[in-house]
Design a protein around this ligand. Structure first.
Ligand code: MN
Length: 421
């Protein structure tokens, strides 16, 4: 890939230098040092979900793409391409049992691409072949103790695998809930969930974090055990210091003020991280920044505002790619999330605070929009160029013919997809 990066960058570097200098001059007039922002851009990292490298599906069908990864090792190869081109995705988030493999082999493959491992994800929302107890009616909150124990044991096993590969967090998302009023006793169901989570928390190493991920609905359409950030906060507070809340941008009702949820969780000291994606109607799992980039900017505005050594967040992408090449979608998404981070870094916070004190709503809002409207492409491109990445990742990827090459050794995989969590 390096040869393609060099060749494609050579075509674009003169234009980039001109664009970068023009932007630097513009930012200088606003009192902003472009080089300092560029160095900040280089510190950005978002983890790629292993499951995102394959084509996802809807509730109705999955249409496999060419050269899809056959196993976790192919997925790590694809993640290596994404990071190599964007320099923004140094870590991979694994899903167990989808990515079950010998930890030594996982580490060796990750090292080959200079990748590390982010949060581990447990899976108790579907049954595996030969599983003793079914999750049809729930997992960690199931009425049957043996089923709950099986789900607890699986989460503990995820921690053990994670320890062997250098991960330090476990994300728990469950599909438990109910489809009909009266189907479950909501209070007792939550009690059972908390008791199970206490067991998992007890197995957590000292330097690990446990992320509770809420989701409003689906697959349980009437009631969901961990349905919103209030419940998630309750869980994190009851479990203890190592438990935090994970916010998946798609797991809210349309128009919910997610940036305000972020602000509240920061205040409570309980924000742990994000699953980035975008949506129009529900948990659409569309590419980050494709529907409402301003909302993502406003989320990042809160994060940049609250930046401190104590706020150490896990950023992950969580998307389902149904009609695009997953590598391209993941690259675009990583760059769009990075863009929001950089734009939020341009907000004149002293001016904003002044407008807020003066109740000048118009200028306060305009201050945010000025940062959001700034075209920071040259900063993102230069940050990539200077760290060995591609000025234009998508065009470089296409020029490399990577997908066609891997298609020769990876047969089409049909059947059920997964990964909308
Ligand atoms: Mn998620």
């Amino acid at each position: 890939m390096k040869n393609y990066i060099d060749a494609e960058n050579a075509k674009r570097i003169d234009a980039l230098n001109a664009d970068y200098n023009a932007l630097a001059e513009h930012l200088d007039r606003r009192g902003i040092d472009a080089n300092a922002i560029k160095e900040r851009a280089k510190t950005f990292a978002v983890a790629v979900p292993s499951w995102g490298t394959g084509t996802g599906g809807t509730r109705f069908a999955r249409f496999p793409g060419e050269g899809e990864p056959r196993d976790i090792f192919d997925k790590l190869d694809d993640c290596g391409v994404i990071h190599g081109l964007t320099r923004a995705t140094p870590n991979v988030s694994l899903h167990i049992p989808w990515d079950q493999a010998d930890p030594k082999a996982l580490l060796a493959k990750a090292n080959e691409h200079g990748l590390g491992f982010d949060a581990m994800n447990s899976n108790t929302f579907q049954d595996q072949p030969n599983q003793a107890h079914s999750y049809k009616f729930g997992s960690l909150s199931h009425v049957d103790a043996a089923t709950r124990q099986q789900a607890i044991d699986h989460n503990v096993a995820c921690i053990e695998i994670g320890q062997a590969i250098g991960s330090s967090a476990l994300t728990v998302w469950i599909g438990d809930g109910s489809n009909f009023p009266g189907q479950t006793h909501m209070g007792r169901q939550f009690d059972r969930y908390m008791a199970s989570m206490q067991e998992i928390y007890g197995a957590l190493p000292d330097d690990w974090q446990l992320f509770s991920e809420h989701k409003m609905y689906e697959p349980a359409f009437y009631s969901t055990v961990v349905q919103d950030w209030g419940t998630s906060l309750m869980i994190a507070q009851e479990l203890g210091e190592k438990a935090k809340c994970l916010v998946d941008l798609g797991h809210h009702a349309p128009n919910v003020n997610i940036e305000m949820i972020v602000s509240r969780l920061i205040r409570a000291g309980k924000l742990g991280g994000f699953h980035f994606n975008d949506s129009k109607y529900g948990d659409d799992d569309l590419d980050s920044g494709t529907i409402d980039p301003y909302r993502m900017f406003l989320v990042w505005n809160e994060l940049v505002d609250a930046e401190s050594p104590d706020l150490n967040l896990s950023h992950m992408i969580d998307q389902s790619h149904n009609v695009t090449d997953p590598i391209e979608s993941l690259m675009i998404s990583a760059m769009e999330i990075q863009r929001a981070f950089v734009q939020a870094s341009l907000v004149n916070r002293d001016a904003l605070a002044g407008y807020q004190s003066d109740n000048d709503a118009l200028m306060a809002s305009a201050t945010l929009r000025q940062a959001f409207r700034t075209d920071v492409d040259p900063i993102l491109q230069m940050a990539r160029f200077e760290t060995g990445g591609a000025i234009a990742p998508i065009m470089t990827y296409r020029a490399s013919g990577y997908r066609a090459k891997v298609s020769e050794t990876r047969p089409k995989v049909s059947g059920a997809g997964g990964g909308i969590v």
